[in-house]
Design a protein around this ligand. Structure first.
Ligand code: MCF
Ligand code: ZN
Length: 329
C-alpha cells in the first residue's frame, strides 16, 4: 500500500471548484451557455493569476442554475473524492450562488445537495458536511445575507461558516457582523487568510473573527510570533499545497512551508481546494508531499487524525471517521 491509498479527511474543498471540466461543459451545452473562455485548448480550466482565477470560477459556476444542477454537481464531486480515498469532506457552499442569498431558495438548493450526498454516502461510504461560505469580494452586506441563510439551516449538516474570495478587498473585521451571527447560531468558523494577504490577514482572522480554523494560513510562516500564537490557540490550518503552487505562492512542493509549520507544532491538514482548477487530486497531493518531504503512512495518518479532530461535525460522526482512519481505535 502506498500513502496515496490511505483513507483521507478533506476540510477545504469549494463545491463548484471541484466540478470536473467535462461536467461544466455538459451543463453549458444543455443550457446553451458560452463557456469557451473558461477552458484552455486541452479542456482544462484556464486562468492567468489569482484574480483571473476568481472570475473564471464565477464564469464556470454560472452554468449551475438550479437545485437539480447542484444535486448533479454533488454526485460528480463526491464520486471523484471517494475515488481518491476521501472518507469525510467538508465543502464550501455559497448562498450567493445557490439562490442569491434568499433563505427559501437556499433551503431548496441545500435539500438537493443533501439528498445527493446521502445517496453518495450509501454508495461510496463518503460523508459530506457543509460550510456556508460568503465571498469576500462580494462585500459585507452579501455576507450578512449568507450568514442569515447559514443561521437558518445550522445543525447536523450545515456545521460551519466561512469566507473565501479576494483577500485584497477590505479586511476580515469588515465581516465581523456576519461571523457573529453564525457564531450565535452555533456554527463553527473558518476563513481564508494568509494566502495572498500575508501574516497580517491571519492575525486579523484570529483577533477580529475569532475563527477556529484558517483556510491556507501558510504565510504565517513569515512571522514567528504568529506561528507561536497558532500553536498556543491550537488553530488548525487547512493547507492546500498544490493550489498554492499553481497560484504562484511557492515555486514547488519542496519550497512549500507545510513541513516547517508542522515541525514547529502547528496543526496542519491537507486539502485540494479546487482540484481540477489546480490539476490535482487528494492522491496527487499525498504523492507530491511524500516525494518532497519523505512523509510516510504514519505522518499522513497523524494529519488525518488532526483533520478529523478539527472537523466541524458532531461527536458521533467524528468517532466514525476516526474508526475509518484507524480501525484499531
Ligand atoms: O482557496 C482558493 C483561493 N483563495 C480564495 N478563494 C477561493 C479559492 N477557491 C475558491 N475561492 C472563493 C471564490 O471567490 O470561494 C468562492 C469562490 O467564488 C466559492 S465558496 C463556495
Ligand atoms: Zn479555498
Amino acid at each position: 500500500m502506498t500513502v496515496q491509498d490511505l483513507p483521507k479527511v478533506e476540510l477545504h474543498l469549494h463545491h463548484e471548484g471541484a466540478a470536473p471540466p467535462a461536467f461544466i461543459r455538459q451543463l453549458a451545452f444543455e443550457k446553451k451557455v458560452d463557456v469557451s473562455k473558461v477552458f484552455n485548448e486541452q479542456g482544462g480550466y484556464a486562468f492567468r493569476d489569482f484574480v483571473h482565477f476568481l472570475s473564471v470560477y464565477e464564469a464556470a459556476t454560472s452554468v449551475l442554475k438550479t437545485p437539480e444542477d447542484y444535486a448533479r454537481l454533488t454526485t460528480a464531486v463526491l464520486e471523484e473524492s471517494a475515488a481518491n480515498g476521501v472518507v469525510y469532506t467538508e465543502s464550501f457552499i455559497s448562498p450567493d450562488f445557490c439562490g442569491g442569498g434568499d433563505v427559501a431558495a437556499w433551503q431548496e438548493y441545500l435539500h438537493a445537495i443533501q439528498e445527493a450526498a446521502q445517496t453518495a454516502e450509501a454508495k461510496h461510504g463518503i460523508t459530506l458536511r457543509g460550510v456556508v461560505t460568503c465571498v469576500r469580494h462580494f462585500g459585507p452586506e452579501k455576507a450578512k445575507a449568507s450568514a442569515l441563510c447559514a443561521a437558518e439551516t445550522a445543525g447536523d449538516w450545515i456545521v460551519g461558516f466561512g469566507m473565501g474570495g479576494d483577500e485584497g478587498q477590505g479586511h476580515q473585521g469588515d465581516f465581523a457582523y456576519a461571523f457573529d451571527m453564525a457564531r450565535e447560531a452555533k456554527l463553527q468558523l473558518t476563513t481564508h487568510a494568509g494566502e495572498f494577504g500575508g501574516p497580517q490577514s491571519v492575525r486579523e482572522a484570529l483577533h477580529d473573527l475569532n475563527v477556529a480554523r484558517i483556510g491556507h494560513g501558510v504565510r504565517s510562516i513569515e512571522d514567528p510570533a504568529l506561528v507561536q500564537e497558532l500553536i498556543d490557540r491550537q488553530i488548525t490550518l487547512e493547507v492546500c499545497p498544490g493550489s498554492n503552487v499553481v497560484l504562484g505562492l511557492y515555486p514547488n512542493f519542496a519550497a512549500h512551508p507545510i513541513k516547517r509549520l508542522r515541525d514547529a507544532g502547528v496543526k496542519v491538514t491537507i486539502s485540494t481546494d479546487d482540484p481540477p482548477f489546480f490539476a490535482t487530486t487528494m492522491r496527487r497531493e499525498y504523492d507530491m508531499l511524500h516525494q518532497a518531504f519523505g512523509w510516510d503512512a504514519e505522518d499522513f495518518t497523524a494529519m488525518n487524525v488532526t483533520a478529523a479532530n478539527a472537523a466541524f461535525c458532531d461527536a458521533d460522526t467524528r468517532k466514525a471517521i476516526l474508526t475509518k482512519l484507524d480501525p484499531a481505535t
